[in-house]
Design a protein around this ligand. Structure first.
Ligand code: UDP
Ligand code: MN
Length: 552
């Protein structure tokens, strides 16, 4: 009989928790363990090498001052505390947690681990696999191994596995390595700057036990990188992506009967924290091992899951805190392939992202990959190994996976609507130059319109909307015409007057402004003007990277 367990977790509210002392909650632990833990914490953290905050992209001082464990505010819906979760027997639901880290602050990593051990029911937490992806702080892993083994020795059932990569391999490779080494039924992939909240496991486990081909994400509660305050994450968002294969949040719409705290289907995960049966994960060939370092792996896994018989759910009763950082806290290592082919303007981070996205587009998007290339033309120049793609197509045939078309109709209508709304998209080219909205550093208005090389870094991708005739950048600025017939970029208008000033009509390759009947023109080199329309004028011929076929 499955164990019925009431996870009425008594989390201690501490909303003003910017700085807290070393708090230790949940008291099945003896005094000695608490003392040991505090001592271990002090010993490990005191050996933190000196790095500036930019190194971690969060406040090291705040992290060090928070201690090993702090009380977190209850961020999930009240009813989650009283729900009686139907859980599998612990012997059939052993959980392995895989944490890969590269250059994480000692105090941050330690708090991630301690929160996990202290807030996970002992009978389910089978093992913790920590992979050090060749961090600069070379003694951290040894210190962890020494101290954690001692402090949590009473948890005889908890396996502690510490691995250090001999060379930097990236998150994708390291997580896959953890999954191979793991011996539990389920794997939780966790970032190294998280704090799990009370009762995080039961809601996820309940769902996974019902459907072995499911993968689940908690709602991620944002932890502020500067103050480390813990906030409530939004359970009204789904994970998704756009046609350039960038992650995006999508709005979740509730049906009248749906409760906001109920698990809901999502086209992709909420970030990189996810849980899945180990067997199913390995059957799906793990995270695509041809993806390099970081980026695209959870989108790839999401597409693979949905198309090959799985599902993804976000479970709002499960909450895990995560520091969302604005910038990467790590360098992307140089890749020989990219140095040979990359344009000098592109960083290794961008090349790696393009490389990974191109693999996803070539392996999964079928005919829709043209959308990706229209928005990311630079990906065309990135070299790929043909066998990489062939192997994936072989896998798709063996597993009888759906085509990408199915995903658009059954999983992510948002992506389909986006497609149906567009008349044309991608770079907008006149002769050998492309129309670009350049960022102006010292200007309030922000952007200047120029014609420049189509291969410039971050060249603007335009979208021409079928119904409104608006021509928009990815940042939702629309091309309009103001007083004096001056071309300008402004927020895409919602009201009728503004919309009219931003409406364009396409005749052949000309773009005619609907209200003035004037055409976009480039009469003198690299100068953008509005002039009377002249049919067949080369200076008025503007081509999008991708023209959509009209759908009848
Ligand atoms: N990471 C890693 N190797 C790398 C890059 C990242 O092990 O080469 C780890 C990193 O320390 C973190 C996880 O992978 O624990 C996810 O990376 P990050 O938090 O930077 O991604 P984000 O949360 O911003 O998507
Ligand atoms: Mn992260």
């Amino acid at each position: 009989m499955p164990d019925k367990k009431n996870a009425a977790a008594c989390s201690r509210e501490n909303p003003n928790n910017a700085v807290a002392e070393t708090h230790l909650y949940n008291e099945p632990y003896s005094e000695n363990i608490v003392v040991d833990l505090v001592n271990a914490w002090k010993a490990i953290v005191s050996r933190t090498p000196l790095y500036p905050d930019e190194f971690f992209q969060y406040s090291l001082y705040m992290s060090d001052s928070l201690g090993a464990l702090r009380g977190l505010p209850t961020t999930r819906h009240e009813s989650c505390n009283f729900h009686s979760y139907t859980l599998p027997e612990p012997s059939k639901a052993k959980v392995s947690v895989v944490i890969s880290f590269h250059n994480e602050a000692r105090s941050m990593l330690l708090r991630t681990i301690v929160s996990l051990i202290r807030r996970t029911p002992e009978e389910y937490l089978h093992e913790l696999i920590v992979v050090d992806d060749r961090s600069l702080d070379a003694t951290l892993l040894d210190d962890l191994e020494r101290w954690l083994g001692r402090v949590f020795a009473t948890r005889s059932r908890l396996g502690l596995i510490f691995l250090r990569n001999l060379e930097r391999r990236g998150l994708i490779w390291s997580r896959n390595r953890g999954a191979i080494v793991a011996s539990g039924h389920y794997i939780l992939f966790l970032d190294s700057h998280c704090e799990v909240n009370e009762g995080w496991l039961e809601p996820l486990l309940e769902r996974l036990a019902l459907n072995p081909r499911l993968a689940v994400s908690p709602v991620l509660d944002p932890i502020d990188p500067e103050t480390l305050s813990y906030r409530k994450g939004n359970a009204m968002l789904k994970g998704g992506f756009d046609w350039s294969l960038h992650f995006h949040w999508l709005k979740r719409r509730l049906t009248s009967k749906e409760r906001p705290e109920a698990p809901y289907k999502s086209p992709s995960f909420s970030g990189g924290v996810l849980m899945i049966s180990r067997e199913w994960f390995l059957k799906l060939n793990s995270f695509n091992p041809n993806l390099k370092i970081w980026g695209g792996e959870s989108i790839e896994l999401a597409i693979k899951l949905w198309l090959c018989g799985g599902q993804i759910e976000i479970v709002p009763c499960s909450r895990i805190g995560h520091i969302f950082r604005r910038f990467h806290a790590f360098e992307f290592p140089p890749e020989r392939d990219f140095t040979e082919h990359a344009s000098s303007q592109r960083s290794f981070a961008q090349s790696t992202y393009l490389h990974n996205s191109k693999i996803i587009a070539e392996s999964w998007l079928d005919e829709y990959k043209n959308m990706f290339y229209a928005l990311k033309p630079a990906a065309k120049g990135i070299p790929l190994n043909d066998t990489t793609i062939e192997e994936l197509h072989q896998f798709r045939r063996e597993k009888q996976c759906h085509r990408f078309h199915w995903y658009l109709w059954n999983v992510s209508p948002e992506l389909r609507f986006n497609l149906e709304e567009l008349a044309a998209t991608g770079t907008l080219q006149n002769e050998d130059r492309c129309l670009h909205a350049r960022n102006q550093k010292d200007s309030q208005t922000g952007r200047q319109l120029i014609l420049t090389s189509c291969y410039s870094k971050d060249i603007t991708q335009w979208s021409l909307f079928r119904v409104t005739g608006q021509l928009s950048t990815q940042r939702e600025l629309c091309l309009g015409v103001g007083f004096g017939r001056i071309l300008s970029l402004g927020p895409c208008g919602q009201n009728e007057t503004l919309r009219q000033s931003q409406q364009w009509v396409r005749t052949g390759t000309q773009l005619m402004h609907a209200a003035t009947h004037l055409c976009l023109d480039n009469p003198i080199k690299d100068q953008l003007e509005l002039n009377s329309c002249r049919s067949h004028a080369v200076s008025q011929s503007f081509q999008f990277a991708l023209e959509m076929e009209r759908q009848t």
